[in-house]
Design a protein around this ligand. Structure first.
Ligand SMILES: Cc1ncc(COP(=O)(O)O)c(C=O)c1O
Length: 410
């Protein structure tokens, strides 16, 4: 029998929402890696999706100047006018669009807008559907479920350089579909939506006016194959598309927490969400982001050039490893090699077993495809390398992978 005092101490039940909340397994793997490193193991890590550069010096100085000038109180929930204007001009210029500062809302990173958008366009428990890329950023599925909507995966195919087949999108849209999530350049595959894909998506959506679009374009400046293209610039798409971008990846500002979203109808709704949650993004970081967007771009350009060199380095090295086949990613800083054959050679049941062996036996930390959703049927096993790592780390890490696989070859 439960003692009355124990009953008093038992916590009450949690909501279905809390129980369905997922996570980013990158953080779980990172904790494993840190524990091994603390125990003295030498690990080369390709886990974390953030630039390995310092925030540009002029941006750091702008943050320090804001503190010294006493600009550290609350701001309006939508952000300071200067940042809304700078972000609107930047988002517009790089997509060939006219974006008004009032249509832009500043948040504590780009990530919160995923939850705000899903919560703003779907009704809880009403069977409303959200189509999202798989593999994909795990927060999409987590927030779809936590908001009581129905997740509908749209598979990215290796044979299409990790774009989806527009015909598959068309087949998945129903009268319950409320939102389509797009991510280009893409995490985890580095894939990009090409102009022809965007034309096809816009033509399909023209037939389904009830569908919103969340365009996660946080890697928009890290494309290596031609001009960046957004669905929002296709006819009729701007009004129904949330364009989301931010400072984290472009200016190495992940911990400053600045992102922004543009959409005329949803901007006042996002502003209310922020009043209800964070109140506002850090004022200090907002002033730093004004400098990031409007100041000299040489540091951002140099980081991009460095990522491009590392991409070519890692993809070349990966393709020389037995049983590993890696497509050339068009953007972001991720490589997504197919390791189906490497699993077979090393006797690993799947990519997750290989990931564990690589970590524990070879001292190489990567993420597995299952950390980004269910596996794409028929596409085999994949692991993710974030190549936001030094060229020495890339050479050493891939040499360890190579030795590990060759060690199992007869
Ligand atoms: C696809 C994608 N969207 C959004 C984010 C979140 O970025 P932020 O740091 O701006 O919240 C990330 C970060 O890893 C990402 O990969």
């Amino acid at each position: 029998m439960t003692h009355p005092r124990e009953a008093l101490h038992a916590a009450p039940r949690l909501s279905r929402r809390a129980e369905s909340l997922g996570t980013e397994n990158a953080f779980v793997v990172l904790a494993e890696v840190n524990a091994l490193a603390r125990a003295g193991r030498d690990i080369v890590s390709f886990c974390i999706g953030q630039p390995d550069f310092p925030t540009p010096a002029n941006v750091q100085e702008a943050g320090i100047a804001a503190i010294r000038a006493g600009r550290h109180g609350y701001t309006p929930s939508a952000g300071i006018d200067e940042l809304r204007a700078a972000a609107a001009a930047d988002i517009g210029a790089r997509r060939g669009l006219a974006i008004a500062p009032d249509d832009v809302v500043v948040g504590a990173g780009a990530k919160p807008f995923i939850a705000y958008t899903i919560a703003s366009v779907t009704d809880f428990g009403a069977g409303e559907e959200v189509i999202y890329p798989v593999p994909g950023f795990p927060i999409y599925e987590s927030q779809i479920l936590a908001n009581g909507a129905v997740p509908v995966p749209l598979y990215l195919r290796e044979s299409r350089d990790f774009a989806f087949d527009p015909a598959e999108l068309e087949a998945k849209i129903t009268d319950k579909t409320r939102l389509l999530i797009l991510n280009t350049p893409h995490n985890p595959t580095g894939g990009m939506l090409r102009a022809a894909d965007l034309d096809a998506i816009a033509a399909i959506l023209a037939e389904h006016p009830q569908v919103w679009v969340y365009a996660d374009e946080i890697y928009s400046r890290l494309g290596y194959a031609g001009r960046f293209e957004s669905l929002a610039s296709r006819p009729g798409m701007l009004e129904r598309t949330v364009i989301c971008d931010g400072a984290s990846k472009t200016w190495a500002m992940t911990g400053w927490r600045i992102g922004y979203a543009a959409n005329r109808t949803l901007a006042p709704v996002f502003t209310r969400w922020i009043t209800n949650t964070d109140s506002c993004a850090s004022q200090i970081s907002q002033w730093a982001a004004v400098e990031a967007i409007s100041g000299p771009q040489d540091a951002a350009d140099a980081m991009r050039a460095s990522f491009l060199e590392r991409r070519d380095l890692i993809v070349g090295l990966l393709n020389a490893v037995p049983g590993v086949r890696c497509k050339l990613p068009g953007g972001a800083f991720y490589a997504w090699p197919n390791v189906t054959e490497a699993c077979r050679i090393t006797g690993c049941a799947d990519s997750e077993a290989l990931r564990k062996r690589l970590l524990n036996d070879a001292g190489v930390a990567v993420l597995a495809d299952i950390h980004f959703g269910r596996r794409v049927p028929g596409d085999g096993q994949h692991i993710r390398f974030s190549y936001a790592a030094s060229p020495q780390a890339i050479r050493e890490g891939i040499a360890r992978l190579d030795r590990f696989v060759r060690g199992h070859q007869k």
